[in-house]
Design a protein around this ligand. Structure first.
Ligand SMILES: [Zn+2]
Length: 116
């Protein structure tokens, strides 16, 4: 993802409206690009700060730290989604192989592999 694209996605990141793939690319970019991270932090502080003002929540918050926690949480979500997807593909392939072996052995083209 390039900077121009990342900058257009900041609002969507804050509003939680990025798709899984977009979120992954966005997180990768802001982790490695200081400028976009600073831009994200500015937007985040404004948006979260406004929300707290509206809620008349006057306690002091460390908003930059909240952003870092938010980034970590979403990174974990992306990682979990990827692991889930890989597991699903692996199980699909495994199921297909088992099915193939069963079909072939049923047709008498091949003996079932002896495991013991
Ligand atoms: Zn950038």
């Amino acid at each position: 993802m390039k900077c121009e694209e990342a900058l257009t996605k900041i609002e969507a990141y804050i509003d939680h409206t990025l798709s899984g793939r977009e979120l992954e690319e966005f997180l990768e970019h802001v982790k490695s690009c200081r400028e976009c991270y600073d831009e994200l932090e500015t937007y985040y502080i404004i948006s979260v700060g406004m929300r707290y003002l509206e809620e008349e929540n006057l306690e002091s918050y460390n908003i930059p730290k909240m952003l870092q926690e938010d980034l970590h949480t979403r990174e974990r979500q992306v990682r979990r989604r990827n692991i889930f997807r890989k597991t699903a593909v692996f199980l699909g392939v495994l199921f297909f192989i088992v099915l193939l072996v069963l079909v072939l052995s049923y047709l008498g083209h091949q003996e079932l592999p002896r495991l013991f």
